[in-house]
Design a protein around this ligand. Structure first.
Ligand SMILES: *Cc1c(COP(=O)(O)O)cnc(C)c1O
Length: 244
């Protein structure tokens, strides 16, 4: 593979390798501080704008999960991902009319925040004779321009979605305001963890609180310390994004 890459890209691979090991080590340390093992934390790489060659290189280092944000980009890269060795998930805002294009191609859709979207995922899944795992996205920072359900509407959403045949709720996801280590902002991670535990303890039918997906390049350590068991890291692994 290296032969096909320019010198600049070869250097880029070296960076990705160093970053991958650094993040892996930080995950292990943070996990340990909370009495968990490194394997208890899923490291998902957010791969928007990143070429398949680079993504597959990270997979060759041991990366097990990748996540795309845009349907179009996912489809254009789909045939090139090394999906024998990694799991592809959808982590971006999903429009109902595009659901059909990705159901069956992704192992989990992390960004479900309405009954309408869940209904469509369920319908398309049933049509294809399977069940799609989903996470419910929570707008924990109550930010106006962000997707996600508000906490006061979460119970009702869970109740409705848990009755759908074609989807299985596997946990919660959030993109809170970046945690810059001031207590004020990191509390969003703690609030997400509380929600996660509350819902788990209700032991609802067809609701599995397996994943709490939160923490990105700038704050994944804090997220793990607050109880996240899946982090989604992009630029810290692949370098700054170049939008073409
Ligand atoms: C891009 C993205 C990430 C990763 O962002 P970085 O700051 O580059 O680590 C995580 N989650 C979602 C939903 C994203 O779109």
């Amino acid at each position: 593979m290296t032969e096909r890459l320019s010198i600049g890209q070869a250097e880029r691979l070296d960076d990705v390798k160093a970053n991958f090991y650094e993040i892996t080590e930080n995950i292990a340390k943070a996990a340990e501080k909370t009495g968990r093992r490194a394997e208890d934390i899923s490291f998902l790489a957010a791969t928007k704008t990143v070429e398949p060659e680079i993504i597959n290189y990270a997979i060759s280092l041991g990366l097990k999960k990748i996540g795309e944000n845009r349907v179009q980009e996912l489809l254009s890269k789909y045939d090139e991902y090394d999906l024998e060795n990694a799991d592809l998930q959808f982590i971006g805002h999903l429009q109902t009319n595009k659901v059909r294009q990705i159901v069956g191609k992704v192992s989990m859709i992390q960004s479900v925040d309405s009954i309408k979207l869940a209904n469509e995922i369920s319908k398309q899944s049933v049509k294809n004779d399977f069940v799609t795992d989903i996470l419910l996205e929570v707008n924990i920072g109550r930010e106006e321009n962000k997707s996600g359900v508000l906490t006061e509407n979460l119970d009702e959403l869970i109740e409705k979605i848990s009755q759908l045949e074609g989807v299985r709720i596997k946990g919660l996801m959030s993109v809170p305001p970046i945690c810059d280590n001031t207590q004020e902002i990191c509390k969003f991670f703690d609030n997400m963890y509380k929600l996660f535990i509350d819902i788990s303890s209700k032991k609802l039918d067809n609701v599995y609180m397996d994943f709490l997906s939160m923490g990105m390049s700038g704050d994944y350590t804090e997220a793990i310390l607050s109880g996240a068991n899946m982090i989604r890291v992009g630029s810290r692994l692949f370098g700054a994004r170049i939008y073409r």
